[in-house]
Design a protein. Sequence first.
Length: 217
Amino acid sequence: MKLPKRLETIANLVDNNVNVIDIGCDHGLLDIYLTLNKNNYCIATDINKNALNSAIKNIEKYKLKDKIQTRLSDGFDDIDIKNNTTAIISGMGTNTIISILKKADLSKISNLIIQSNNNLDELRKKIIKLGFYIENEVVIKEKKIFYVVIKFKKGYKKYNQFDYYYGPILKNKNYLDYTNYLLLLNQKIYNNIPKKYVLKKIKIKQKIKKLNKIKRT
Ligand SMILES: C[S@@+](CC[C@H](N)C(=O)[O-])C[C@H]1O[C@@H](n2cnc3c(N)ncnc32)[C@H](O)[C@@H]1O
C-alpha cells in the first residue's frame, strides 16, 4: 500500500517492531502501513465515532483485525500504555496536541512523533518542557503546503529561541525551499508591523538575519 507523502514521512520515523499508539487515526491507513511494513503493534484511536469506524472498515479490508486494536477515545484516556511506546499525533493544531499530552501519563512513552499544523515554536517548547528532546525533524511539501514532522525522545537537551522556531535538527539540514518560505513570511510580518513597535521589528529582523545565515550555509 502507498501512503501520501506526509504520512509516509511519519511512518519512516517510527522504529520497527515497537508498540505504537496513533492518537487521531482517522482512516487508520498509517496503522495499517506500520503493521504491514514495520511490524509495529498499533492501537489506533480517535475521538470521533465516524472516523474510527472508517479505520475499523479499512483494518477489516486488510484483514488486520487481530493485529491492530482500535479505541474510541479522547487522547490517551482509558488507553493501556505499554512500556517503550511510540505515540503519534498528527494533522492537528498545537493547542489540541499539547492539551492531549498534558493530561496523559507519559511515563511509558519513549518516543513522540508529532506533526502539527501550526505554531511549531510553541509545540517544540512545550513538548521539551514535558521531558523530551528532539531526535529528528523532516520537512516535506505536499500540495504546496510545508509539513514538519518531529520525532521527540525522552530526555533533556538545551535549546535556544531560534531552535524552537526553526528546529534544532532542521537548521543543520539543507531545506532551502522551507527557509525561503520562512524568510518571505517574516519579511511580510516585518513590513506589516507599524514603525512605533521598534522592539517587535528588531526581533523579526534578528530572525530574518538567522534565516539568511542558514540559507548561506
Ligand atoms: C485531520 S485528522 C488527521 C488524521 C491523521 N492523524 C493524519 O495525520 O492524517 C485529525 C483527527 O484527529 C481526531 N482528533 C481530534 N482531537 C482528538 C482527541 N482529543 N483525541 C483523539 N482524536 C482526536 C479527529 O477526530 C480526526 O480524525
